[in-house]
Design a protein around this ligand. Structure first.
Ligand SMILES: [Zn+2]
Length: 402
C-alpha cells in the first residue's frame, strides 16, 4: 500500500475560485498534492469518502482565548492543548492563542507555555503564534479587560517582552495612547502586526496609526469608538475610520450576538470578504453548559455570566467574549448576513491567512499548501477535521456524535 497518499473523494470542494461538485483532494504526507474535479488515479492510496459533503480549507481563528473549560491565561500546557482540541472538533485547524491585559510576568509565562504546548500539540488545531490583546488600552473602552492592568505603552516593557520570544505575531493596542505610534512602528520592525483595539480614537488618530502599521481593526464595533461629539462638533470614530480606509482589515465576532444582522450586513457590504476575518473571540465557557464562568486566569480572572449564547459582565452592561465555535461563525454569516457559503468560508480561511501572512501555506485548497481541511454537511456540522494530512477529529468516532 502506498501509505504516503491520502485521497479524499466525492466531496464538494470549496477552492478560492469555485466549488467543484464531485472533487478529489490528494494529499501527500502533510501537503496537498492535487485538487480536481472527478477522480485522481493513484494506486493504493488510502481513500476517504466525503459522502458528498463539503470539503473546505481548515478554519483559521486569529482571535481566541479559550474553550472546553480552559483559558490560555491559565498558563498551563494542559489548557493550551485542550483548547486546541476543543475547537478542532468544530473545524478550526489553526489558531492564534490570545492573551488578555495582565502583568508583565504573566505575559512572559504565556510565551514560555506557548512554546512547550506547541511542541506537544499533536491532535488539536495548530498554534500559529501568539496574539497579545492588551494591556495598552483606553480605560473607557476596556470592556471585559481587567482595569487593574490597563496602562500606556512602555518601551522598556514591550521591548523586553518581544526580545524573549519569536512567537508573538500580533499585538492589539489603542493607537491614541501616549507612545502608541512609536509602539506600532516598533512592532512592525519586528514583524509583528499591530491591531487597533479597545480604543477611543478619532479618525485623525486612526489615520496616523494606519500610516504607522496598525492595519487591522480588532473585533470591529466591540470596544471601539463610533461617531462622537465634542461640544457641537462631530468626529468620526474608529469604526467609521475602518470603513473609510479601504486598506484596513477588520475582524468581527460573528457569533450572531455581538453584532446584529444589519451590522453584519453593513460590514460585509462595505469591506467585503477579502478584508473581513471572522473570529470566535471564544472564552473558557465555549463548549460548556451556561451559567457562571471566568475570563482570563482561573484564579485571578473576572467573573462572567453565560446566557443568550454569549458571555456577559455580571451586571450585564457589556459582553465579555463569546462562546462561539468556528462552524457557528459560518452559519451566522449565511443565515443573518445573507453571505454565500464560499464567501463565508473565505472570511475564515484565506482572508485571516492573508492578514497574518501565512497564506503561502494555509487558507486555501490548492496544491503545495498544508493539508489542513474540514469536511462538513449542509448545516455546517463538522464531520472531519484534518491537520497536516492527519485526521484529528472524526465525528463518527466521537462520543458526542448523535
Ligand atoms: Zn479577545
Amino acid at each position: 500500500m502506498n501509505h504516503s497518499f491520502l485521497k479524499i473523494v466525492n466531496g464538494r470542494i470549496i477552492t478560492p475560485y469555485r466549488i467543484l461538485p464531485h472533487g478529489t483532494v490528494l494529499i501527500k504526507g502533510n501537503i496537498i498534492a492535487e485538487v480536481r474535479e472527478g477522480d485522481i488515479e493513484i494506486p493504493d492510496a488510502i481513500q476517504l469518502d466525503a459522502g458528498g459533503k463539503y470539503i473546505a480549507p481548515g478554519f483559521i481563528d486569529i482571535h481566541i482565548h479559550g474553550g472546553g473549560g480552559h483559558d490560555f491565561m491559565d498558563n498551563s500546557v494542559e489548557a493550551f492543548l485542550e483548547i486546541a482540541k476543543t475547537h478542532a472538533r468544530f473545524g478550526t485547524t489553526a489558531m492564534f492563542p490570545t492573551t488578555l491585559s495582565c502583568a508583565k510576568e504573566d505575559m512572559l509565562q504565556s510565551l514560555e507555555v506557548y512554546e512547550e504546548a506547541s511542541n506537544k500539540n499533536v491532535d488539536g488545531a495548530q498554534f500559529m503564534g501568539i496574539h497579545l490583546e492588551g494591556p495598552y488600552f483606553a480605560m473607557n473602552q476596556r470592556g471585559a479587560q481587567d482595569p487593574r492592568y490597563i496602562r500606556d505603552p512602555d518601551p522598556a516593557e514591550y521591548e523586553s517582552i518581544i526580545s524573549q520570544s519569536s512567537a508573538i505575531k500580533r499585538w492589539s493596542a489603542a493607537p491614541e495612547l501616549k507612545g502608541a505610534i512609536k509602539f506600532g512602528r516598533y512592532l512592525k520592525s519586528k514583524g509583528i502586526l499591530p491591531a487597533l483595539a479597545h480604543t477611543d480614537a478619532i479618525y485623525e488618530e486612526v489615520l496616523e496609526a494606519f500610516e504607522n502599521g496598525y492595519t487591522l481593526a480588532t473585533h470591529l464595533y466591540s470596544g471601539m469608538s463610533g461617531v462622537t461629539r465634542r461640544n457641537a462638533f462631530r468626529f468620526a470614530g474608529a469604526v467609521e475610520s475602518a470603513f473609510l480606509l479601504d486598506e484596513i482589515d477588520v475582524e468581527i465576532i460573528a457569533d450572531g450576538v455581538h453584532l446584529p444582522s444589519p451590522l453584519l450586513k453593513l460590514v460585509y457590504k462595505i469591506k467585503g470578504a477579502d478584508k473581513i476575518a471572522l473570529i470566535t473571540d471564544a472564552i473558557r465557557a465555549t463548549g460548556m453548559p451556561p451559567g457562571e464562568s471566568i475570563i482570563g486566569n482561573k484564579h485571578s480572572g473576572l467573573k462572567v455570566i453565560i446566557e443568550d449564547g454569549v458571555a456577559k459582565l455580571p451586571d450585564r452592561s457589556a459582553f465579555a467574549g463569546s462562546v462561539a465555535t468556528t462552524d457557528r461563525l459560518i452559519r451566522t454569516m449565511i443565515t443573518m448576513a445573507d453571505v454565500p457559503l464560499a464567501e463565508a468560508v473565505r472570511m475564515l480561511t484565506h482572508t485571516p491567512a492573508s492578514i497574518m501572512k501565512i497564506a503561502d501555506k494555509k487558507g486555501s485548497l490548492v496544491a503545495g499548501k498544508d493539508a489542513d481541511l474540514v469536511i462538513f454537511d449542509e448545516n455546517i456540522c463538522v464531520d472531519k477535521t484534518i491537520v497536516g494530512g492527519k485526521v484529528i477529529y472524526n465525528r463518527n468516532d466521537s462520543p458526542q456524535s448523535t
